[in-house]
Ligand binder design. Structure first.
Ligand code: SF4
Length: 306
C-alpha cells in the first residue's frame, strides 16, 4: 500500500513539461509548426542580419510551392502554427503574401507574421487585417531614430513608426483581434533603451517582446529537452528544408520539398538521426545542438514564443 501511495503521488506530480515532452515525442506524420521563409529579399541592411553570412540567392517562394506545402501538411491533420519569418528576408516583399496568409489561415490554428514594417502601407495593412492573421511582430530595435537607423540601415524610423501606428488604428477600427507585437533584440539594443521602447509603446501595441539575454541563460547551465526535431520544420524560398530552424545554413539542408514530400523528409534519416541524438542526450557529433541556446532555455519545451 505505501508503494501504491508513492506511485500515485508520482503520477499526480507529473509536470507540465513532462506531459509536453511525452506528447511531442510521439512523432506525428508531419510537423505541427512550419516556419516559412517566403523570400530572401530585403529592403534593409541590418547590422545583425544573417543574410550576408549565408548569401542566399535572391528569390521569392512561389505560390505553386506554397500551395504544395499547404496541401501536404494538411493531409495528415490540422497544423498548429504557420510562422512567416523575416529571418533572411522581408515577407511583405513577396507579392503573394496576402494570398499566402489567407490560405494559411484557412487551415492552421495560428498564423503569425514577422516584418520590419518598412513597406507596410495603409492598403496592405487593411488586407493583412482582413486575412484574419493572429499576430504580427515588428522588429523595432531602437527608441529613437539614431539607434534604430544605425542598426537597421536603409530604413526610416519615422516611416516604420507611422506604419505601425496606422496598422493599430485600422485594427481598432475593424475590431480585429490581431495581436500587434514589437520585438527588440536584447544585446543589440541596450537595456536602458529597451525600457524606453516599452514605455513609448505601452497602451499602443499589445506586447513589447524582448528576446532573451543569452548570457544569463548560459550562466544557469540548465539543460532542457529540445522538442524542435519533433515539432518544427523550416522551409526556405527554394523549398529547401533545414535540419532545424536554428540552422538557416544552406549546408544544413535535409532535402527539398520540390523533390520529396514533407512526410518523407520529416521521417528521413537526417532528422531521425537528430532525434536519436536528443533522446540519447549525445551531442558529441552535433555541434549545432551542443552549443544551442534553446537547450538552455525553457522555450525548448513548448515553442509558444513562436
Ligand atoms: S538544440 Fe537547438 S539546434 Fe538542436 S534541434 Fe534544438 S533548437 Fe535545433
Amino acid at each position: 500500500m505505501p508503494g501504491k501511495q508513492r506511485s500515485f503521488t508520482k503520477i499526480t506530480q507529473i509536470t507540465k513539461a513532462d506531459s509536453l515532452i511525452r506528447e511531442a515525442l510521439s512523432l506525428q506524420p508531419v510537423p505541427a509548426i512550419y516556419i516559412l521563409e517566403v523570400t530572401n529579399r530585403c529592403d534593409m541592411e541590418c547590422t545583425f542580419c544573417l543574410n550576408p553570412k549565408f548569401k542566399p540567392k535572391s528569390q521569392d517562394m512561389t505560390m505553386k510551392l506554397f500551395n504544395k506545402i499547404m496541401r501536404e501538411s494538411i493531409k495528415y491533420g490540422a497544423r498548429e502554427k504557420i510562422f512567416f519569418t523575416a529571418h533572411k528576408g522581408e515577407p511583405l516583399l513577396n507579392s503573394g503574401i496576402i494570398e499566402m496568409l489567407s490560405l494559411a489561415k484557412k487551415f492552421a490554428r495560428k498564423v503569425h507574421l514577422d516584418t520590419n514594417g518598412l513597406s507596410l502601407n495603409p492598403s496592405l495593412s487593411k488586407d493583412i487585417i482582413q486575412t484574419g492573421l493572429d499576430s504580427i511582430a515588428f522588429g523595432l530595435d531602437g527608441a529613437c531614430q539614431e539607434t534604430y537607423e544605425s542598426l537597421r540601415r536603409g530604413s526610416s524610423f519615422k516611416k516604420v513608426v507611422e506604419n505601425i501606428k496606422n496598422l493599430v488604428e485600422l485594427k481598432n477600427k475593424a475590431k480585429s483581434n490581431i495581436q500587434v507585437i514589437i520585438r527588440v533584440i536584447n544585446g543589440v539594443v541596450k537595456r536602458k533603451e529597451i525600457s524606453q521602447i516599452k514605455k513609448a509603446w505601452s497602451g499602443i501595441v499589445d506586447t513589447v517582446q524582448e528576446t532573451k539575454d543569452d548570457r544569463k541563460i548560459w550562466k544557469n547551465k540548465k539543460i532542457f529537452p529540445c522538442l524542435s526535431p519533433w515539432s518544427i520544420m523550416m522551409i526556405n524560398p527554394e523549398g529547401d528544408v533545414y535540419i532545424c530552424f536554428m540552422a538557416g545554413d544552406p549546408n544544413r539542408v535535409v532535402g527539398n520539398i520540390n523533390k520529396k514530400s514533407i512526410r518523407e523528409l520529416w521521417r528521413g534519416s537526417d532528422l531521425n538521426y537528430l532525434r536519436d541524438r536528443h533522446l540519447k542526450n549525445r551531442f558529441e557529433n552535433l555541434q549545432l545542438c551542443q552549443n544551442c541556446n534553446y537547450r538552455q532555455s525553457k522555450h525548448s519545451l513548448d515553442f509558444s514564443f513562436l
